[in-house]
Write a protein that binds this ligand. Structure first.
Ligand SMILES: Nc1ncnc2c1ncn2[C@@H]1O[C@H](COP(=O)(O)OP(=O)(O)OP(=O)(O)O)[C@@H](O)[C@H]1O
Length: 178
């Protein structure tokens, strides 16, 4: 099974998926590939950092579930190695979620929403995002939320974190036994 977790910037996707894979050992978090430079503050396993040539070769070989180009860099979710029978969790943007749904209509898509735009802004600022990035993410959220909601199998409001994680574990369990 493929579980896609999508939603606007700063809503808490990263925090949630980390908790999901920690609590459910049948879940496996896919690490994205990127051609952008590793930030000094970033751990080596934040992404698989590759060259444009390596990325393009993998595109040619059909090796991505979804990929996109953003501000001159590639980002993509590699198709996992065969033999791993855990359920795959992808934390991706709305356009990536659309691509995955097109190729794998049976993927479980959970769209995470903020309790309010004000709270989303508070979370973005709280983790130290710069002003222009905060504004860009809020604007993008306005545009993408209607699309994400429509595409999603489930929309979850991330108000209380613990409740959200439990709700998502239940949704995943229910999809497994469906
Ligand atoms: N339910 C919650 N209540 C309060 N704060 C939260 C909650 N969930 C996440 N946060 C906080 O909000 C901030 C943004 O969370 P996170 O980085 O996981 O968002 P994200 O959706 O992965 O963002 P991006 O799309 O930009 O990667 C973090 O500081 C996180 O600790």
């Amino acid at each position: 099974m493929i579980v896609v977790v999508s939603g606007p910037g700063g809503v808490g996707k990263g925090t949630i998926v980390d908790a999901l894979v920690e609590r459910d050992d049948r879940l496996f978090l896919s690490r994205s590939w990127t051609t952008r430079e590793q930030r000094p503050s970033e751990s080596d396993d934040a992404y698989v950092f590759v060259t444009s040539e390596e990325f393009e070769q993998r595109i040619e070989a059909g090796g991505f579930l979804e990929w996109t180009e953003f501000l001159g860099n590639y980002y993509g979710s590699p198709i996992p190695e065969p033999g791993d029978d855990r359920d795959l969790v992808l934390e991706i943007e709305v356009d990536g979620a659309q691509q995955v749904k097109r190729i794998h209509p049976d993927a479980l898509l959970i769209f995470v929403l903020p309790p309010s735009r004000e709270e989303q802004e508070r979370r973005l600022r709280g983790r130290g995002d710069l002003d222009h990035k905060v504004l860009a993410r809020l604007k993008k959220a306005e545009e993408e939320e209607p699309i994400g909601r429509q595409l999603a199998d489930h929309a979850v409001v991330n108000d209380d974190l613990e409740a959200t994680i439990n709700q998502m574990l239940e949704i995943i369990d229910a999809a497994r036994s469906a």
